[in-house]
Design a protein around this ligand. Sequence first.
Ligand code: SAH
Length: 345
Amino acid sequence: MKESFYDLNYSDLVTLINQNNLNNSAATVLFNWHYKKKETTQCRDNISKSSLAFFENYFDFSLPEIDTVHEAKKDRTVKFLFKLKDDHKVETVLIPFNNKYSICLSSQVGCAMNCSFCFTGKQGLTRNLTTSEIVGQFLKAWRWLATNRPGEERILNIVFMGQGEPLHNFDAVKKASEIFLSQHGTSIGVQKITISTAGYIPGLKRWSQEIPGVNLALSLHSPFEEKRSELIPINKKYPLDEVLSVIDKIPLNKKQFITYEYILIKDFNDSQDDAKKLGTLLAGKSAYINLIPFNTFPGSHYKCPDFDKVEKFKEILDAFKIPTLIRGAKGDDVLAACGQLNSKN
Ligand code: SAH
């Protein structure tokens, strides 16, 4: 079977080219064509006939297919359902902000974390995505914008907050990030990529050493161990205090901070005590809190708190001088908001 072109980072491609005695410039030419220009056709410019023949024979240049597209009328969020080669499906979301977009990428088919509040968790883990399937979501979404919203094909932020636990599929996510960061390719700034984790410690330890600079978000959701374990079962294996001590050791520059995500669930983790404990836990750290009012999905027994409760929660965190943002639910009318992605339903 042919290897996917999109599974290789720039240095892998250079190595392959050298091993096969091809012209060195081909790596830059191909990265430019497929990642800068985002062309989906075969590259025929500035490339020798013999190199072209080699690449055509060696590489598979196909990308995941777009199965369906849902556009939210309310806020222009776009949700894609991608069909992979083995017919499994994953979802990707484009979130608009000021005529630009953030893209929310999936890293696995389903997810093994089984968080009680998350729709994706309900479908279990089927398999990891490959690098090409991760990069492919970005390239296809970009192409879709170029065709359907011409002039708007500006995807400036990448967040690994779609289906899956990105640190549980470390190698593929790392390589995809390297491709996004490559100056020969999409050239996305290191601060524009965020990896969100439920607190999977083996991946966290590798992350801090192998992909420094990329932003980290921790799904915290409760400052109390027992309550957090109810929400996030892997908290029993990797408790919050251990997760935080690993995170605290990550070297950050002055402008960097860790994002802590906190879903607010009515009468479960939205009290003043929860807010005070959370504030105590994070005060003094380079922290930024995203409060996410719970997004409901079919079959869920959790509810979203009233807005004044959400504001009260934020006020308490403000008193701890921790920058806190209440995140609006973009795309909820097409089940594209956080935790609403489930490619089996
Ligand atoms: N596995 C990773 C990334 C995927 S989830 C992680 O756990 O961080 C991305 C974010 O959406 C996480 O903060 C997650 O906790 C949140 N989320 C999941 N289900 C949600 C729901 N029903 N409502 C609001 N946010 C949810």
